[in-house]
Design a protein around this ligand. Structure first.
Ligand code: FES
Length: 274
């Protein structure tokens, strides 16, 4: 992978959690990943917990959101808490720069941002987590959290080909995993909404994150089958704190900032034509 140093932007040692009062943390590692996906692991002291939040990671004033739910984990370490931020898809300058930092370098992080998926009140084995592309990352974290609370999540992951299906063995730790690929190289051929599991199991709740056309199709399926459904939107973001309004989504409650009032929305709140 393209790992380079931006010595003018970042230094050795600690980076600051800007929104959390300047608690320090370190970048612990970075995996080169596959096919333009990278994994970052950062750590430090945090206030409270993080569940399915959007995170914003970057350099100095150029910090950019990395997207919904990509802050994946907090693990208690020796005197620190580690925050694992996984699966950054290289789509632009910001993500490319994130993939180019070295362990021990300094980056700025603002988190947690936004809301989270709703946890079911009662233990359920009828929860479907649908992920596509980089949107599978929050599904893994959500699945882990659901499993910890006694739920049995089912994963349905879609990709163009088997090379784009990431971390399948990780998903399998928390529930059944079904896949679709557009070229048929893994799982069933086609789109997630065509998978046969949808005809076999009557799910009670669907959570989804991925490309908008996929989420719209999933939302359509959920609506026509009267299944509760939450989507995590990936509208383009800049500030991450509800100030610049570049991420707004039109909803039944007016224009809402995906970065602050989202990224997770119940489909009934959205004005999608489904
Ligand atoms: Fe600026 Fe949401 S990114 S308001």
């Amino acid at each position: 992978g393209a790992v380079q140093r931006h010595a003018d932007e970042v230094g050795q040692g600690q980076f600051a959690f800007l929104a959390q009062g300047g608690h320090g943390a370190l970048l612990f590692g970075i995996d080169d990943g596959v096919q333009g996906f990278h994994q970052l692991v950062v750590g430090g002291h945090l206030h409270g917990g993080l569940v399915g939040v959007a995170g914003k990671i970057g350099f100095g004033h150029g910090a950019r959101p990395v997207g919904a739910g990509q802050v994946l984990d907090i693990v208690a370490g020796i005197g620190v808490k580690l925050v694992q931020v996984t699966v950054i898809q290289l789509v632009g300058d910001g993500t490319r720069r994130l993939a180019e930092v070295h362990p021990g370098e300094t980056i700025n992080v603002v988190l947690p941002l936004g809301n989270a998926y709703t946890m079911p009140l009662e233990a359920s084995d009828k929860l479907l987590l649908v992920g596509g592309g980089v949107g599978t990352a929050p599904m893994l974290y959500l699945g882990e959290q659901l499993a910890k609370k006694g739920h049995k999540p089912t994963f349905l992951l879609g990709a163009r080909s088997d090379k784009d299906l990431l971390q399948l063995e990780e998903f399998a730790k928390y529930g059944e995993v079904y896949t679709t690929t557009e070229d048929g190289s893994h799982g069933e051929k086609g789109y997630v909404t065509q998978h046969s599991i949808l005809n076999k199991v009557r799910f009670e709740q669907i959570y989804t994150c991925g490309p908008k056309p996929m989420m719209v199709a999933v939302a359509k399926y959920a609506k026509s089958n009267q299944i509760e459904c939450e989507v995590s939107l990936e509208n383009t973001m800049a500030c991450g704190i509800g100030a610049c309004l570049c991420c707004v989504e039109n909803t039944t409650e007016g224009h809402l900032c995906v970065c602050k009032e989202g990224p997770v929305f119940n489909i009934n709140k959205l004005l999608w034509q489904i």
